[in-house]
Design a protein around this ligand. Sequence first.
Ligand SMILES: Cc1cc2nc3c(=O)[nH]c(=O)nc-3n(C[C@H](O)[C@H](O)[C@H](O)COP(=O)(O)OP(=O)(O)OC[C@H]3O[C@@H](n4cnc5c(N)ncnc54)[C@H](O)[C@@H]3O)c2cc1C
Length: 233
Amino acid sequence: MWDKGTWSVEVKQPELQISRSYTPLPPIKPVDYSELRFLIRKEHKGEVSGYLHSMGLNSQMELRGPHPGFDIPENVAEVVFLAGGTGIAPALQAAYTTLERRNAEARVRIVWSNRWRDDCEGGGQLDNMDRKQAGLIVQELEVLQKKHPGQLTVDYFVDEEKTFLNQKKISQLTNTSRRSNFEGTKLLFISGPEGFVNHFAGPKRWEDGREGQGKVAGVIGKMALRDWIIWKL
Ligand SMILES: Cc1cc2nc3c(=O)[nH]c(=O)nc-3n(C[C@H](O)[C@H](O)[C@H](O)COP(=O)(O)OP(=O)(O)OC[C@H]3O[C@@H](n4cnc5c(N)ncnc54)[C@H](O)[C@@H]3O)c2cc1C
């Protein structure tokens, strides 16, 4: 799956017989297929996330999948990924596939918005702090940046610090006029809580019994971005 793009698996809660989807984080060492890592937010009264957070070491769980998400095309040139909260997990997947398995000149720009600084400790502030104090995901993003200098940027926005992603920032990220000599597919992803996706790209819609993309609306809908494939996750 790491050759393809974004993907998820379902975790089953055995007592209630319900399942929810979760997004494996890309490998940090050479690919070890026996290991899956996740970032799972503990939702207040969340059935499956609460169950997962209550599990002890060496517990067993039932997984279903993998379920493919978006396949990153071979000729990808630009990826802009707007991630809210745990939407950073598919952002890491897209960055991994693009940077490790595609053209060495492809560029990835991630924006990670969180409500609280605790969720992205050290993000955008690593020059002034001990790296070990940074959040694990922030550290992983930095490792990927160092491995692919100039190819990956990460911007952090934190609601409680009154910094917010806006149209101006998205315009900057999608303005690739200075790279007009480098042709290829341009992908703009929006991934996160429903309110985040709705605000920036409009709601997804049920189409033929499945969750489909719906129209591109919201902030991005007003921008008339040409040449970009826009994908809600
Ligand atoms: C493709 C995909 C990938 C995903 N990847 C990840 C990931 O990597 N990490 C991650 O953390 N999440 C991920 N999610 C979200 C995840 O699947 C779950 O939706 C999330 O963990 C919540 O599930 P839950 O069973 O814990 O909560 P649920 O029990 O479904 O509850 C969700 C919320 O609704 C509230 N709620 C429930 N019932 C009611 C009610 N009757 N009235 C009012 N409020 C109610 C709960 O308090 C809770 O806040 C992904 C989702 C998709 C579709």
